[in-house]
Write a protein that binds this ligand. Structure first.
Ligand SMILES: [Zn+2]
Length: 316
């Protein structure tokens, strides 16, 4: 019995030990699993936090992008509004020639002034071949000039006329056809061509309020076969608040001056001892030489002490 008891005791102890080992293993397993679970959770949390941060970052970038896109859009809109005549109230207000008694007198007495002011004028355009080149030079030189346009040409090239207008040049009227037998058929035909051309200008610049108040007779006002019609038409134009003007300096660009030297020679010849000058040039498509000589003409006049102006300074 005793022996049995002795034998049974170690057995129990053995079982207890096994149970203890199993419990320890179980604890280890449970703790390991718990540890792994916690670690996983922690990792998930970190990733979630990172993702959230990333998301916020993206969102804030998106907002920034959106803001900058909106800014760009508004900049573009601003730029467009600068280019779009319809939105430029100040252009409408400032670039509308006004015909007053002062303007009428100033135009009549323009050559009596000793001030060395040069009014550069370009007739017979706008043309695709030459007018934009002339506009580029005037822009570079920061000079505002006057364009005596033909209605028939404005109809063909409204965008070029609009550009000239928006760049601050004076748009004046040179009739519609430039066909002497047509325009000088009667006083009424002169007036009709004037009005038709005014309408072409208004359409091109999209401003029905525009009135140039300034005409240049094709071929000039004085003399010739149609002198009496021109004289009567000039009177009628004046009665309707329209001045007319020729020039007192010829470049000869439409009278056979076919080299730069000849044009410059004419400029020197006709500006001699003159104060205020009105210079006749042309921007028809055949007048590429006028463009090629323009810088030299400008430099020469500057050297002689001239400043440049257009008829806005008078018609206001
Ligand atoms: Zn002409």
């Amino acid at each position: 019995m005793r022996l049995d008891l002795i034998e049974v005791e170690p057995k129990r102890i053995k079982i207890k030990r096994i149970i203890a080992v199993l419990l320890i293993i179980l604890f280890i397993v449970i703790f390991s699993l718990l540890g792994m679970y916690c670690a996983k959770n922690y990792k998930v949390k970190i990733i979630a936090q990172k993702n959230k941060a990333l998301e916020n970052n993206v969102l804030s970038n998106e907002t920034e992008n959106e803001t900058s896109a909106n800014q760009e859009k508004s900049n573009v809109q601003n730029d467009t509004s600068i280019l779009d005549l319809d939105n430029r109230e100040h252009v409408k207000k400032t670039l509308l020639p006004v015909y007053s008694q002062n303007a009428k007198n100033a135009m009549k007495n323009i050559y009596k002034s000793d001030s060395k002011v040069a009014f550069l004028t370009f007739d017979d355009g706008p043309s695709q071949a030459v007018t934009p080149l002339i506009l580029d030079v005037l822009k570079e030189e920061n000079i505002k000039a006057t364009f005596f346009v033909l209605g028939s040409m404005v109809k063909k090239n409204p965008d070029i006329l609009k550009r000239a207008y928006l760049e601050g040049h004076y748009i004046a009227n040179h009739g519609y056809s430039h066909n002497y037998s047509k325009i000088y058929k009667s006083v009424d035909s002169v007036i009709q061509e004037f009005q038709k051309t005014e309408q072409c200008i208004q359409n091109a610049i999209n401003n029905p309020e525009y009135s140039s108040h300034l005409f240049r007779f094709p071929g000039g006002y004085s003399g010739g076969k149609y002198a009496s019609i021109k004289k009567a038409a000039g009177k009628k134009l004046n009665e309707n608040d329209i001045s007319y003007i020729d020039w007192n300096v010829l470049t000869g660009d439409a009278e056979g001056a076919n080299t730069k030297e000849k044009i410059l020679k004419n400029i020197k010849k006709y500006t001699k001892n003159k104060g205020t000058i009105v210079v006749l040039m042309h921007d028809a498509s055949s007048k590429i030489l006028t463009y090629e000589t323009l810088k030299d003409v400008i430099n020469y006049l500057r050297g002689e002490g001239y400043t440049f102006d257009n008829f806005y300074s008078i018609m206001q």
